[in-house]
Design a protein around this ligand. Structure first.
Ligand code: TYD
Ligand code: MG
Length: 453
């Protein structure tokens, strides 16, 4: 194989340079530049062959996309309504989160509908290990073939021998291109291998599903550098010691990135949770202080999550601590500060811990009121009524502001049997919500909300 032009890329920030430098001029990391191979540019003759499309012809082409299905409705929704033929998808997540398990489920789901082959390129585990996992989660695997190989050119040569209905790469970090001197897993290798596989997938129109590890420390340059070259990026998230996992779209050329699927990791694999709200609040304790249910919106769907808080006396001569799991630490600091200043809840000299149950991440400000009330409930040692929920954004003066999609959140609460919900007072003054059997309690500010319960 002829070598392409060489360039250098920083493993820390992805910056490219055409000469090797000891220190990256963008992020100042030392010794982080490694060589990568660039593809050649088309010559003038090739450029003459290109021609544009008429916009009127392409407008509705998204509807005609040929998609494949897995018999997993939640996952298909995250893909934008099935996986598009000839598309490339990157599935990222921390090691041990369940990527390989999900890939096997997807392979199995597809098999029922196709007579063709599915190739699973195994760079991380041996066929025996994959077999054990497959048996454990009940994979039939009639059309699934495992290829334990990491040399990208050998893999493509093998793929060219047959027509597959899907190719799975687990993981992209384990593959290597023998034209490069660097070891597998470096940026240059990841890019070169992915680029060859993506080109192969585009030409053969076989959908490609690759997994990539993300590390906790955020040294994500590895698989993240591929984000712009693939069509779809999905992230599997969660607390690997807990049961729930979420699958989010980070990028999707064929659908919305706001959709989310919730899974439960069981003895027999990752099982889609079809009614995540009821699953996520099923085990919540009732009649104890510090727990509040908050309706959040994930994509197009409302989801009920339980926010828990524990407020305790800080030990002598220690600084009070704020610990947040599932929400931004900055948000917790802000909410605690507003609570201290604008209400009668005394948080001086107190440690505050907030946790969103089930490993769900909440980034919406609509959860502010619920988080504030969970903290207040624990600090005052008074339970928050278990038939009640709260929604609203907290302003710096303690005022409760309106959030988006309040109706949808309220309907979901009513569906799961909640009887009352605290909402911003301005919402209650608006058009009344008919047909929903839940009492709306309007609140103006945080002290008002605390008084009302
Ligand atoms: P895995 O899919 O190997 O994660 P990744 O490919 O992202 O590294 O999943 C690893 C974890 O999932 C492992 O700790 C065991 C657990 N697990 C189950 O709880 N149930 C199961 O049926 C399977 C297959 C795995
Ligand atoms: Mg794995």
């Amino acid at each position: 194989m002829a070598k392409g032009k060489l360039a250098y890329s920083c493993t820390a920030c992805g910056n490219e340079s055409n000469s090797w430098l000891g220190r990256c001029p963008i992020c100042d990391s030392w010794g982080s530049l490694v060589e990568i191979e660039l593809n050649g540019h088309p010559g003038l003759n090739e450029a003459n062959l290109i021609s544009p499309y008429k916009f009127s012809e392409i407008m509705d082409s998204n509807k005609d996309l040929d998609r494949i299905f897995f018999g997993m409705p939640e996952t298909e929704r995250v893909f934008g309504g099935g996986m598009v033929k000839g598309s490339t998808t990157l599935l990222v997540g921390e090691p041990g989160i369940g990527k390989s398990t999900l890939l096997l489920h997807l392979a199995d789901g597809l098999i029922g509908q196709n007579d063709e082959k599915i190739y699973y390129i195994a760079g991380e585990e041996s066929p025996v290990q994959i077999g054990i996992r497959g048996k454990r989660i009940g994979i039939k695997g009639k059309h699934l073939e495992i290829l334990p190989e990491t040399n990208v050119d050998l893999i493509i040569a093998e793929l060219n021998k047959n027509q597959q209905s899907m190719v799975i790469i687990d993981s992209i970090q384990t593959l290597f291109d023998s034209n490069l001197d660097s070891v597998a897993g470096t940026i240059g290798q990841i890019r070169a291998c992915a680029s060859k596989l993506i080109s192969w997938s585009k030409v053969s129109t076989v959908p490609l599903l690759m997994s990539g590890h993300l590390t906790k420390e955020g040294s994500v340059a590895g698989p993240k550098v591929l984000e712009h070259s693939v069509d779809v990026v999905l992230q599997l998230d969660g607390d690997s010691s807990g049961a729930f996992r979420t699958l989010h779209g980070l990028k999707n050329r064929f659908g919305s990135t706001n959709e989310m699927a919730v899974f439960e990791m069981r003895e027999n694999g990752l099982i889609e949770v079809l009614d995540p709200s009821s699953g996520l609040i099923a085990e919540r304790p009732k009649g104890v202080p510090g727990s509040v249910v908050v309706p959040i919106i994930e994509g197009t769907r409302p989801l009920l999550v339980e926010v828990q808080s524990l407020v305790s006396q800080t030990g002598n001569s220690f600084e009070p601590r704020r610990t947040a799991t599932g929400i931004e630490l900055n948000r917790l600091v802000l909410i605690s500060a507003v609570l201290s200043k604008r209400s009668l809840v005394d948080l001086k000299g107190k440690d505050i811990i907030v946790n969103v149950v089930g490993g769900i991440r909440v980034s919406e400000t609509a959860a502010d009121l619920g988080i504030a009330l969970a903290i207040a409930s624990s600090a005052l040692d008074k339970e928050f009524p278990s038939n009640m929920a709260a929604v609203g954004e907290l302003g710096l003066t303690g005022e409760i502001r309106r959030s988006t999609y309040i109706e949808r959140r309220i309907i979901e609460l009513a569906r799961l049997g909640f009887e009352k919900v605290l909402v911003p007072a301005s919402f209650v003054q608006g058009e009344p919500l008919t047909e929903v059997n839940i009492k709306l309690v309007g609140v103006n500010n945080i002290q008002d909300a605390i008084k009302k319960i």
